[in-house]
Design a protein around this ligand. Sequence first.
Ligand SMILES: NC(=O)c1ccc[n+]([C@@H]2O[C@H](COP(=O)([O-])OP(=O)(O)OC[C@H]3O[C@@H](n4cnc5c(N)ncnc54)[C@H](O)[C@@H]3O)[C@@H](O)[C@H]2O)c1
Length: 293
Amino acid sequence: MSVGTNHPRLAEDLAGKRCLVTGAGSGIGRAIAIALARHGVRVAVGDIDFSMAASVVREIGSDAISVALDVRRRISVDAAFATVFETLGGCDILVANAGVSSINRAVDITDEEWDENFNVNARGVFLTNQIAARHFLAQGTHGVIVNTASLAAKVGAPLLAHYSASKFAVLGWTQALARELAPHGVRVNAVCPGFVKTSMQSREVLWEAELRGLTPEAVLAEYIAQTPLGRLEEPEDVADVVVFLNGSGVPRLKASRKTQRHETMEAATTIADLTIRIFLYIMVQVNGREDSK
Ligand SMILES: NC(=O)c1ccc[n+]([C@@H]2O[C@H](COP(=O)([O-])OP(=O)(O)OC[C@H]3O[C@@H](n4cnc5c(N)ncnc54)[C@H](O)[C@@H]3O)[C@@H](O)[C@H]2O)c1
C-alpha cells in the first residue's frame, strides 16, 4: 500500500471523517494528510507556514482546507480548532505531528534550543490533544488521536538529548491520556518513526556532519546502518501506519486482549503492543511495495 493507494477496508472506516493534521505543510505530516484524504477523510492541513499548508491542500484537491496554526500558542491552537469545527462541522481525528529539532552536544545545548524543542514537540502535543479530547468528550464521539513521537522517544539519541527528552514527554503524555480516555471510547496512540527522508532529516545530516567533522554522506550512511531495513524510511511508511491506527481494526486488536487483562492494564500496554504490530505492519507494507517494483 502506498500513499496513493486507497485501501478499501480502511476507506470504508474513514470516509467522511474530519481530521486536523498539524505540521502538515511538509514531510511526514504532508504524507499523512494526503493518505487520509485518499481514504475519504476531510482534512484540515495545519502548519505554521500557511503557504506550505495551502500548497498541500492544492495537491489534495477538493474537501481539504488549510489552517494557519502555531502549536506552541494556546490562542493559535484554539483559533485553528474553531476554524476546523466551523468549516468541517466537527473533528473526529487529530494527528499531532508538528515538530522541530536541532543537533547539539548535551553540554552545549542552549536554553533557547531546549525551550523550542519542548514548546513545539511536547507543549504542542499537550495543547492540541487537550482541545481535541475536550471536543470528543463533549460530543460523546469516539475520536482518535495520533501523536508523532520518534524512535528518540524510546532510546536516548546522542546530539539530540533535548529533542529526545521532549519526545519521551510525548510518549508519557500519550500513555496517560490513552488510559484516561479509553473508557470513553477515545483512542490515543503515538507513532515512533526512525530516520525518515524529510527536510528535518536533511537539516540534521548537515548539522551533525559539521559538528562531527564528517561528510553528510558519512552521516547518512550511519543512519542507514542503524536501520534494519537498510534504507531510510519514507514519509509514506509513517502515513500508512497512521491510516491503519484510524481504522476499525485497532479497537478489535485491543478488544481481543480484554479477555486476558484488566481494562486499565490493557490501555497501559497499548503502546507497546502497537509498536510491535506497527513494526510488523511496516515490514509487510515495505515488502509488499518492494515485491511490486
Ligand atoms: N524526519 C525524521 O527522521 C523523523 C523521525 C522521527 C520523528 N519525526 C517527527 O515527525 C514529525 C514531522 O517531522 P518531519 O520530518 O516531517 O519534519 P519537517 O520539518 O519536514 O516538517 C515539520 C512541519 O512542522 C511545521 N512546524 C514547525 N513548527 C511548527 C509550529 N510551531 N506550529 C505548527 N507547525 C509547525 C513545519 O513548518 C513543517 O511543515 C516531527 O514531530 C518530528 O519530530 C521525524
